[in-house]
Design a binder for this molecule. Sequence first.
Ligand SMILES: Cc1cc2nc3c(=O)[nH]c(=O)nc-3n(C[C@H](O)[C@H](O)[C@H](O)COP(=O)(O)O)c2cc1C
Length: 191
Amino acid sequence: MLKDLVLHNRSYRRFDQSTRIAPETLRELCDLARLSSSGRNAQPLKYMIVSSQEECAKVYPTLGWAGYLKEWNGPEEGERPAAYIVILGDTAIASNYGIDAGLSIQSMTLGAVEKGLGGCIIQTVRREELAKILDISSQFEILYVVALGKPVEEVVVETLKPDGDIKYWRDEQHVHHVPKRELKDLIIAEK
Ligand SMILES: Cc1cc2nc3c(=O)[nH]c(=O)nc-3n(C[C@H](O)[C@H](O)[C@H](O)COP(=O)(O)O)c2cc1C
């Protein structure tokens, strides 16, 4: 069921770091992105796959995790992502990428969930540093990083409380809660 996949396609930020992801699996996720819609069919996105432990260790410090969780500095050693896919805009093809990255990433993360994995889209990236670390040429703009792994955290979707607070939060059992607005508050009219 697609709804079940979408429901489980949460932002996971704690993983079993020892469960590595085969490069072939990561290529399959990129292939799902490849098959996704693209404005003008320009297909300006490119991907860099990072899965070796050495390279993952270099990528991790360039990423910003869960801005609302002020007490938490991101996943500890042992719970860090097992792989990353860096979403790049190819400036030789386009200068803006519309919603292509969102569509590609959604395909990738749904594919990851289907495979028993999970991910988190990261926009808070120290881009210059990451470009140097991964030797990404200036032809490519770093748009997002998708962190991937086998999740070890429980993430639950709940209805927004009456105070309207949209901030995600963690309880004492480390369950991650994600408040979502109700459908009736999103559909402004049905004519
Ligand atoms: C465009 C975009 C950028 C995001 N950037 C970050 C980020 O830099 N760091 C992070 O920890 N989560 C990031 N997230 C994850 C969001 O915090 C997450 O989607 C939101 O809290 C809702 O949780 P859910 O994905 O489980 O529905 C990003 C998500 C999106 C869609």
